[in-house]
Design a protein around this ligand. Structure first.
Ligand code: SF4
Length: 475
């Protein structure tokens, strides 16, 4: 059994996880549907958003250079990181340069990708997550299980217990009381921090502006209170214009949480100017590649259009049942099943492209119309082509192809399989266990015997019984 299957088995039997997932994904799906229903033409909006991201990807190198020029013109600094290790080193160097001992960090999946917290903590730098969910996850010593709702796997009851155990919070089941308590703890952290770090939702090339969205105000405080601010983005986050931003930012909010707009939409264009009363003295933008340029220009380029709204996770029947941690890396759900193997390399996490029924719920939910099922199929093809299939697999696939190419063999095999399954199933009509190598199917479910008469036989009988237009029966 590989690690993915083990994780899935554990997740499926975890009652608390199942409760949390049921609540969280149902809330997410309903909020998105309500948010999108308010728009006059949701499909047109999604298509326009798709075109905006396509425009950005089509001129990605030029836009990144334009972004760099404008950030520098605004008084900021731009640094490029080829790998996660380079990103961590760059930020560590900035910490040394500015004598930073404490960092306050707003939510950022790209820093999760690089495991930046560990890298800084290993050098004695204190890092505090300021997003409520991320802070709870940090206290628990866990990783996020959703790209928008990091503690999707936790119930409010388990969160209250954790805050009680770790911070002495009086027990409560009211989320607003937990939030108030954590805010009190967090306030001092903002004041003490030397450096603020955040992710980037969009980077607007034409003015060199960094845009982040949030609902708690923690991002705004993390990026403006400390004297040094570092924004970290994957290179795919750049967009061309403010018009594109205006479109994408509302679709991001509606798809992620069902809001018309997020509560805080922060726009940062460089360090504090002499006339301004607050803001960071130093402004850095670090752009991370970490495998993205390897994807760019391939048949998987559109995966870089993702705006990390999390809608495909909520909509996915697989994610709804197994949660985020089972996927084994930072990006879970349908889009994670595409980007994780692409970023880490094709042989890493080989089970993920198969972690989908290809039902299409992810693509239907995606605000930028990413064809996730198509890419999952292509990844499966790549895995087969690059893999070293066993003799049994090769022979099995050849037989399969032979049968599916011949109507006669297809009919015959259907008859044999039908008779065999009915014989083995007996009066119960279901098989509790299939023989190897098909026994994986019955590990978690029954296998119903094929019906008799078969669908083809019924269809043919019905057609021949149907009267034709001239009154006679069709033959
Ligand atoms: S693939 Fe689409 S739905 Fe999924 S997170 Fe990205 S933008 Fe959202």
């Amino acid at each position: 059994m590989n690690r993915f299957q083990q994780s899935v088995t554990i997740a499926l039997s975890d009652i608390q996880l199942q409760t949390a997932l049921d609540r969280g994904t149902t809330r997410g799906v309903n909020a998105r549907l309500a948010g999108m229903a308010e728009t006059t033409d949701a499909s047109l909006l999604r298509h326009q958003a798709r075109l905006a991201k396509e425009r950005a990807l089509n001129s990605l190198p030029e836009l990144l250079e334009e972004l760099e020029r404008n950030v520098v013109a605004n008084g900021g600094h731009v640094l490029w990181a080829r790998t996660a290790a380079e990103l961590n080193q760059i930020i560590l160097d900035l910490c040394r340069q500015h004598n930073v001992r404490r960092v306050i960090k707003a939510k950022s999946m790209v820093t999760e990708e690089a495991e930046l917290n560990h890298a800084l903590e290993a050098h004695g730098i204190e890092v505090t997550e300021s997003d409520l969910g991320e802070y709870v996850i940090q206290l628990a010593g866990e990783t996020p299980s959703h790209i928008v709702a990091p503690m999707m796997h936790k119930t409010k009851e388990s969160t209250a217990q954790l805050l009680h155990d770790k911070l002495g919070m009086p027990m409560t089941d009211k989320p607003e009381e937990m939030t108030r308590f954590v805010r009190g703890v967090m306030r001092q952290k903002y004041l003490e921090a030397d450096m603020g770090i955040s992710g980037v939702n969009f980077a607007i090339a034409e003015t060199g502006t960094i845009a982040t969205v949030e609902n708690e105000g923690n991002n705004r405080l993390s990026t403006s209170a400390p004297r040094v601010y570092v924004a970290v983005m994957g290179i795919e986050k750049v967009i061309a214009t403010w018009e594109d931003y205006a479109l994408l930012v509302q679709l991001l909010a509606r798809s992620a949480t069902g809001q018309r707009l997020s509560v805080y939409n922060n726009l940062m264009s460089g360090p504090r100017r002499p006339s301004e009363p607050d803001g960071p003295e130093h402004f850095y933008l670090v752009m991370l590649d970490n495998g993205r340029s390897r994807i760019y220009g391939t048949e998987y380029t559109e995966s870089l259009a993702c705006i990390r709204c999390g809608a495909c996770l909520n909509a996915c029947p697989v994610y709804q049942n197994i949660g985020g941690h089972a996927y084994g890396w930072v990006y879970p759900g349908p889009i994670g099943s595409v980007v994780s193997p692409l970023l880490l390399g094709p042989k890493q996490l080989p089970a993920l492209p198969y972690a989908s029924s290809l039902c299409g719920a992810c693509q239907a939910a995606c605000p930028v119309e990413i064809a996730i099922p198509d890419m999952l199929l292509k990844l499966r093809r790549d895995l087969v082509q690059q893999g070293d299939p066993t003799l049994g697999w090769r022979v099995g696939m050849r037989l399969w192809a032979l049968v599916f190419r011949s109507p006669l063999l297809y009919r015959l095999s259907g008859k044999v399989a039908g008779a065999l399954t009915r014989l083995l199933a007996g009066r119960k009509g279901v098989l509790r266990q299939l023989p190897p190598p098909l026994n994986g199917w019955t590990a978690n479910r029954d296998f119903p015997a094929f019906g008799a008469p078969s669908f083809r036989e019924r269809y043919r009988a019905r057609r021949s019984a149907r009267p034709s237009t001239n009154g006679s029966k069709e033959m």
